[in-house]
Each structure stands twice: as C-alpha cells, then as structure tokens.
Design a protein around this ligand. Structure first.
Ligand SMILES: C[S@@+](CC[C@H](N)C(=O)[O-])C[C@H]1O[C@@H](n2cnc3c(N)ncnc32)[C@H](O)[C@@H]1O
Length: 244
C-alpha cells in the first residue's frame, strides 16, 4: 500500500536498451561520495534555493528536476513547497539511490527515474515546472537541443522551466568544486577532459545567451537570463522560459 511518504526508484530506460555514456555528478562514479560534501562547502544549496524562488512553484505543482543527481534540488522543492509532486530524472543509478535514501530519511515523497534529458521518460505535458541545476553542461553538446525539446514536450502549456548552470564567459577555469579530476566520453567515443579547466569547456555555449537560444530554438517563449552569480570561481547563469 502506498503512503504519502512514498519514494519510488524507477528504471526509465527501455528494456534491453544499452545505456548511453554520460558524465556523472563528480566526473567519475567512484568520486560520488565526495559530491554532497563538496557542493555543500561550495554553496550549491543557496543556488538551489534561488532556483526554487525564481521558479515560483506552488503547492500541488508537478515538478521535474532534470539531471537531479543526488537529489538536493528535488529534496529542497519537496521540503520548501509541501504538496508538490516531485520527480527527479538522471542517468546515474548510484546518484538516484543516494537521492532515494535521503528522501526516505527525510520522509519526503518523490519519484526518481533513471533516464536522460534527451529522452525524458515522462508523458507529454505532464509537469508544471522543470527545474535543473548544474546539469545541462553535463549533457553531451550534441544532445542539448534534443534535451531542450524534451523539456518543452513534458511541460504543460503555460509551464515554466528554470535552469541554473555554468556559463563559459567570465569563467576563471576554477579549480575545486564538483567537477574536478575525471573524464567523460561522448556518444561518439571522443574523450572529454573533465579536469582543471573543463567546466569552461563543458559550459561552452551556455553563456552569451546560449541557453536562451537553446530554449527558444525548442519552441519555448519568453526565454531570458533572469539572474547571474558566481560559484567556485565560475560564472553561473539562471535562465527561465515558458511553454506557449
Ligand atoms: C553536477 S551534477 C548536478 C546534480 C544536481 N542537479 C545538483 O544540483 O546537485 C550533473 C548531473 O547531470 C547528470 N547528467 C549527465 N548526463 C545527463 C543527461 N544526458 N541527461 C540528464 N542528466 C545528465 C549527471 O549524472 C549528474 O547527476
């Protein structure tokens, strides 16, 4: 029997489908235990709070946290706006398991689904809000337009997407933080460094209105950079748009 505190962990990948490569939260799977302590120290929680504030989520809203990782933004939504129906999507099973453990401990109901931004395992027009923090720069550049299209597809008409992500211009190639030290392989097999100056490379295209263009290109309207910040020496941009 289900209860209002249910936490569900679902594999959203098609049966038999071989998972595509992806860049996990801390760059390498074995570094995942460091992710929460490092991001806590780096002040990521405050940026999550800003996303929630900008999104204007109200009780009863259905909210998707895309690239939810260990679930901190999804947990914040569930805790700060009681009555929301929260779903987190991420390709990394270990991160989702950690998110589920935290949600159960805190008695915060949510659904965590293994899946990719470029193929969100959710029905059309099924959410009022998409929120996402520090995740789009992890998506393969070739898959970012498809991811924006998927955001549009799952949003109901009038729904809102609110994204916080690194933006390359002004980036000081910051060291430390969540991304140091690993490597990721793109779908096409080329290696991407994920080391000292990699955040800049991965966020290339996000700055100078890049995220606004990405969302506009997917048919979202009113896309705008609504705030700017810096974190761990890197520029951060908050972008918002709506489904017409
Ligand atoms: C830096 S972490 C951010 C996690 C979380 N949003 C936060 O703010 O702490 C980036 C996340 O993006 C996820 N990711 C990588 N490729 C993805 C894709 N194609 N679609 C969705 N998420 C992806 C990673 O697994 C990782 O959990």
């Amino acid at each position: 029997m289900s209860s209002q505190h249910d936490v569900r962990l679902i594999d959203g990948l098609a049966p038999g489908a071989s998972p595509e490569p992806y860049l996990p939260a801390a760059g390498k799977t074995w570094l995942l235990p460091l992710y929460d302590p490092l991001t806590r120290l780096g002040g990521v929680r405050r940026r999550h709070a800003r996303v929630v504030e900008l999104a204007g989520i109200t009780s009863g809203d259905r909210v998707l946290d895309l690239g939810c990782g260990t679930g901190n933004l999804a947990l914040l939504v569930a805790r700060s706006v009681p009555g929301t129906v929260v779903t987190g999507v991420d390709p990394d099973r270990a991160s989702l398991e950690q998110a589920a453990r935290k949600a159960r401990r805190r008695r915060l109901p949510m659904t965590l689904v293994r899946g990719y931004g470029q193929a969100i395992p959710m029905p059309d027009e099924s959410v009022d809000h998409v929120v996402s923090a520090l995740a789009l720069h992890h998506v393969d550049p070739d898959a970012r337009a498809a991811t924006a299209g998927e955001i549009r597809r799952v949003l109901r008409p009038g729904g809102t997407v609110t994204i916080a992500d690194f933006s390359a211009p002004g980036d000081e190639h910051g060291s430390g933080g969540h991304g140091s030290g690993g490597h990721g392989a793109s779908r096409h097999g080329r290696r991407r460094t994920y080391g000292h100056n990699s955040r800049h490379a991965l966020a290339e295209g996000n700055g100078d209105g890049g995220l606004v263009q990405l969302l506009t290109g997917a048919g979202l309207v009113g896309a705008a950079e609504v705030d700017h910040d810096r974190i761990a020496g890197s520029a951060l941009v908050y972008v918002q748009a709506h489904r017409p």
